[in-house]
Design a protein around this ligand. Sequence first.
Ligand code: SAH
Length: 442
Amino acid sequence: MSEPRSPKEARRLERLKQGSRAARDVRPREPSAPRERPNRPPPAVGETGGTSDEPTVVLSRRAMERLAHGHVWIYRSDIAVPETASGGQVVRLADERGWFAGKAFYGSKSQIAVRLLTHEDEPIDEDFFARRISQAIALREAIRPDPERRRAGRLVHGEADLLPGLVVDRYGDCLSVQTLIEATDARRDLFAGLLERLAKPRAIIERNDVRARAYEGLEQRKGMLRGADPGPIEFLEGNVTLAADLLGGQKTGAFLDQSENRIEAGRYARGRALDCFTYGGAFALQLARNAERVTAVDISEPAAAQGRASAARNGIANVEFKVANAFDLLRAESEGGERYQTVVLDPPAFAKSKDTVEAALRGYKEINLRAFHLLSPGGVLMTNSCSYHVDDATFERTVLAAASDARRSVQVIERRGAAKDHPTLLGVPETRYLKCLILRVP
Ligand code: SAH
């Protein structure tokens, strides 16, 4: 009899050997015959395309269920790793019976030890990554073509583009790359070469000076991967010109996940507007289109300075940048009886980990409560949370509690998320971190 080609077929053959299910069920077990399963050699699936330098990582039943539910991360506690496996390698995945379950990046330091690349038994080589990057580029071209390359957007969004640990942002004709895990870091020259060929950028900057790399045992690093430092790059968001210094700037660039929400906020702006946690003023400058005057608040002086420069560059005169703690400013203004027709709250992630969720919710409630006090009748609040430890339902409950305390009814105009070039994976809730509510108080 030929070898089974799938678990299902193997079970069918097993049944055939033992007779029908009914017959087997009534046949008494022979107590003396030990079950051989533990020592049975793994079935001969997955021999094609497999290469000997890919160790096999065995997944627990729970890990297999996670994959079956569409997740792509497996934790270290759910795997058995052969000694030959080293961090950054591509590994084969198998269930406890030896059946092939996919291929993945293996990380030796992170708690997320396995990040799925494919369910197929296919070679993970340059062609594979070229196909994945081309797919990512094709999605962006379908969403919002930018042939003149005057805008900015995310080109590769890590696991959500089936390229775990790789993030690529495009600003005009330059790329900013982050290789966040051992496996992508080890291949960063390969990715730079592919991006050069497929996206034809003028320069590729590496911004690997991000904290997340510490979990992977990777050092902080930034520099040029291809081309020369382009200096500050101007790009369009809606009709506003923004600038990002990809290599020299404090952070990796703009908060591109909010780009569509900022343009949307501009549509709703009226009268006197307030933009809290403004950073470089990207929301404020959109609000300025339709508002009479805008107050933009950030605790960081360099951020405010950048905002003022952007306003000047765009000839926008109705935005005032204030350096202040937004919590203090919101309290002072609401106690002082100030009124606004439009308020934007876009704070940093208050919940950086599971342990800080409760404190984070108090923070969200506080700023939203103040915002509801400040809104005049018919006013619009755009409130955001980018904490992925706070899910949609919890965030909405918190905002509702704030509205109730302020004795305001709330209409939901829109529930939004990150821009479309930051797709999410249906089976991976972690990819859906940004929550944006557009609310109106009647
Ligand atoms: N809204 C911005 C992104 C905001 S990022 C945009 O669309 O581009 C969060 C900002 O909040 C950072 O610039 C940070 O300096 C600022 N920030 C953090 N804590 C703050 C506080 N307590 N008061 C005011 N600003 C704060």
